[in-house]
Write a protein that binds this ligand. Sequence first.
Ligand SMILES: NC(=O)c1ccc[n+]([C@@H]2O[C@H](COP(=O)([O-])OP(=O)(O)OC[C@H]3O[C@@H](n4cnc5c(N)ncnc54)[C@H](O)[C@@H]3O)[C@@H](O)[C@H]2O)c1
Ligand SMILES: O=P(O)(O)OC[C@H]1O[C@H](O[C@H]2[C@H](O)[C@@H](O)[C@@H](O)O[C@@H]2CO)[C@H](O)[C@@H](O)[C@@H]1O
Ligand SMILES: [Mn+2]
Length: 440
Amino acid sequence: MKKNNIVLVGGGSTWTPGILKAMTTHLDAFALNRIVLYDVDEKRQEVIGEFAKILFKEEAPEVELIYTTDKEVAYKDVDFVFCQMRTGGFAMREKDEKIPLSLGVIGQETCGPGGFAYGLRSIRDMEEMVKDVRRLSPDAWILNYTNPAAIVALALDKLFPEENRILNICDQPVNLLRSFASLIDEDVNNLESVYFGLNHFGWFTEIYDETGKDRAPEIKEIVLNGGFRPVDAEQRDQSWLETYAMVEDMLVDFPEYLPNTYLQYYLYPEYKLSKLDPEWTRTDEVHIGREQKVFQECRRIVENGTAKDSKVVHNDAHGDMMVEVAASIANNLRKTFVVMVRNNGIVANLPADSMVEVAASLGKNGPAPYAVGNIGTFYKGLIENQYAFERLTVEAYMEGSYTKALQALTLNRTVVDAKKARKVLDALIEANKEYWPELK
Ligand SMILES: NC(=O)c1ccc[n+]([C@@H]2O[C@H](COP(=O)([O-])OP(=O)(O)OC[C@H]3O[C@@H](n4cnc5c(N)ncnc54)[C@H](O)[C@@H]3O)[C@@H](O)[C@H]2O)c1
Ligand SMILES: O=P(O)(O)OC[C@H]1O[C@H](O[C@H]2[C@H](O)[C@@H](O)[C@@H](O)O[C@@H]2CO)[C@H](O)[C@@H](O)[C@@H]1O
Ligand SMILES: [Mn+2]
């Protein structure tokens, strides 16, 4: 089996320790020669990088591990790029959440105006990353997790239409599937799902077990009678528990399919707004939760010189999925994952150039998506509206267009009112001066 050279972009991310841990446990499926951790923030990178050296010295000493802030080193001769950067860091995530909320609109990092703001920041750095990678490693696979993945995926598809080695992925479908599996006491690896939508905007239509039986009706029944909690509920903050609980509400109103949790913001914008606090958002929870825990734990491990008793990983699903996706491509395993791909008729009655999220078999030639066919009017209406928002956001960035930005926000179901949209847009322009192109 070929031993791969990889780079993790956003090497100082809170998710990096979990991904590295998954790499050490999947070496038989995804063989490694060299890992480079790359970040623009030297301090964050150093803490995680020193932890990583200890982890690999103990678990896989044959793998070379370095960390750097030099992209010339990072992107040279790699087979796989795992990309999970956050342009502007948590300081800007806080603004994405709090500015809209202070103006009476939902503030969430990937949905509505928050996702719009984060999208306009991410596109520039993502474009630069793809160009740098192609200069230094023309054949590398770029596996992107950077959010807002829906907008990033669409922007990269427009910027690099000939590219066939960029894959955008989200961990939410597999996280949901793990939770569904636990409800029916099944191994998630034995379930196969049919899923359609846009990123953070989709539905499971069927969930087949090994015998070919669709278990979705049973899962819906269990949720409707007993509520819904994530499989790793004991590791979750309050806001995630509340988010999972909303699946029951969505099923009561729309019982046909199992919804992605992010739909709560679009289906119940008023209710969600009433529950969100402009003074205390998810970023605050992450600051005192995951971020503090991960960095403190990495420092402790470095002080002790061993990672054997490490408690640094908080979500196995995320790291496992990232490595399993790479393994499926590298070794042509053709396993099924829910990924983002250009529609081109997969969902027959949606625009060909939208980036849909669907199940696909993943092999060395990339995703081979499964056809979905026509979707019902309710879903088509919602998705087309959201796609128009995403597309106008990308066009606003590319054309530096204030009007398209305003149109995008007005279309978004979390905003709707054009006067509100203008207020939010103007405040976000002010906050993002350092990052956005000028919108005229
Ligand atoms: N697709 C998914 O389902 C999924 C799941 C989890 C996290 N994510 C995404 O992963 C990313 C990391 O999340 P996090 O919460 O750990 O944030 P984080 O801020 O802890 O980590 C991101 C890191 O990226 C670095 N960075 C910023 N700009 C960069 C650039 N141009 N090049 C290289 N590094 C850069 C930052 O310095 C930071 O260390 C985010 O984009 C997040 O939305 C996606
Ligand atoms: O608010 P955060 O930073 O904790 O998470 C934001 C990310 O949320 C999703 O990932 C989830 C995952 O799908 C969920 O079920 C759980 O396991 O935790 C993750 C994060 O806590 C989402 O898919 C990502 O795109 C977001 O970045
Ligand atoms: Mn996601």
